[in-house]
Write a protein that binds this ligand. Structure first.
Ligand code: SF4
Ligand code: ZN
Length: 333
């Protein structure tokens, strides 16, 4: 097949618009979408310092490359931030990939580890709390602590905004999940821009929200960008997987479904944002100083729970005469 723009050999067919793309025009397609998204919501202003959350996975690494390319024409600063949750055999590999890409692009890179800031790696947390945690899965601790640490990193590194590698598929999956859970308030807080920016909460931007996951993978492959494609061993979000499969099936049968859903969300978002932004009043956490709607933030609550549980385990194992000198709890407690 030939590229619909120049007649060269095509490498991609965008079913949602019935067009073929060669390598050059495919790059322009993806880069154009990102540029337009940034412009449309004024995500980045000239001279701003943008923190990019880079896990080493395809989305965040491609985002780093796209922003690095963009800043050649439109000056702004980039700093890459990697959160290392401490997931053996998975995160250690992707942290290396993140590091290599930042080096390649000449971008300042910082790694923030759960172990250093929470006191435990995620693996240790799971070991202490049990596979399902205190009835919570690894993702619950991970998500709360990651958001907390990213915000802390962003503040420490004095970035104006945090760029996240969330793509079109992610946006639409989350939109549907929140709709199906009846969590309309959340829909008013996770859109393309902020109605109210809270002091102490670094604003997050999502420049890839109009790029389908498929195009991100292909962009990485065609441009020889090294990414880590492995999956987290704790990833068991069954509901999300069902939504993802259903969406892919719908997109197959009715090309353009994902874009239509995103457009629908973007149309109702301003109304939801106005309604629900007012409801959120944030205080400072009494323990860590980060913004929270209560007195102690969720990240500190979780951290205390795990410390308590670890202490209990120690005293029990002491009574049973177990030797825990080499236990991983010991290092984290
Ligand atoms: Fe963390 Fe869960 Fe994501 Fe793994 S799948 S990185 S545990 S949130
Ligand atoms: Zn706190």
């Amino acid at each position: 097949m030939k590229c619909s723009r120049c007649g060269r050999e095509a490498v991609y067919f965008a079913r949602y618009e019935g067009r073929y793309y060669c390598h050059k025009h495919f790059n322009e397609l993806v880069e154009g979408k990102v540029k337009r998204t940034i412009r449309k919501y004024r995500m980045i202003k000239r001279g701003e310092r943008i923190g990019v959350a880079v896990s080493g996975g395809k989305d965040s690494v491609v985002l780093l490359h796209l922003l690095a390319k963009l800043r050649k024409k439109f000056p702004f600063e980039i700093v890459a931030i990697t959160i290392d949750e401490g997931i053996k055999g998975y995160r250690d590999k992707s942290v290396e990939v993140a590091k290599k890409n930042a080096e390649l692009l000449g971008i300042e890179h910082h790694i923030y580890r759960f172990k250093d800031y929470i006191g435990f790696t995620l693996d240790e947390t799971v070991e202490i709390m049990g596979a399902r945690g205190e009835r919570l899965g690894a993702c619950s601790y991970c998500g709360v602590w990651r958001r907390w640490l990213l915000n802390k990193a962003a503040e420490e590194l004095k970035v104006d905004k945090l760029a996240l590698g969330l793509n079109l598929d992610d946006e639409v999956q989350v939109f549907l999940m929140n709709l199906m859970r009846g969590d309309v308030a959340r829909l008013g807080r996770t859109g393309p821009y902020y109605e109210v920016v809270h002091e102490g909460l670094v604003p997050r931007i999502k420049p890839l929200r109009e790029v389908p996951e498929k195009e991100i993978v292909l962009y990485a492959v065609l441009n020889n960008i090294e990414v880590d494609l492995s999956e987290c061993p704790y990833a068991v979000e069954a509901f999300r997987a069902e939504i993802r499969d259903w969406l892919n099936e719908m997109e197959e049968k009715h090309p353009g479904t994902k874009y239509q859903l995103l457009r629908s969300y973007d149309k109702i978002f301003p109304l939801l944002a106005k309604t629900y932004a007012k409801e959120v009043k944030l205080n400072r956490c009494k323990l860590c100083g980060q913004p929270t709607s209560g007195e102690i933030c969720k990240a500190c609550q979780f951290r205390l729970q795990v410390h308590e549980r670890a202490k209990l385990k120690f005293s029990l194992s002491d009574k049973n005469g177990e030797d825990h000198r080499n236990s991983s709890f010991h290092r984290g407690a």
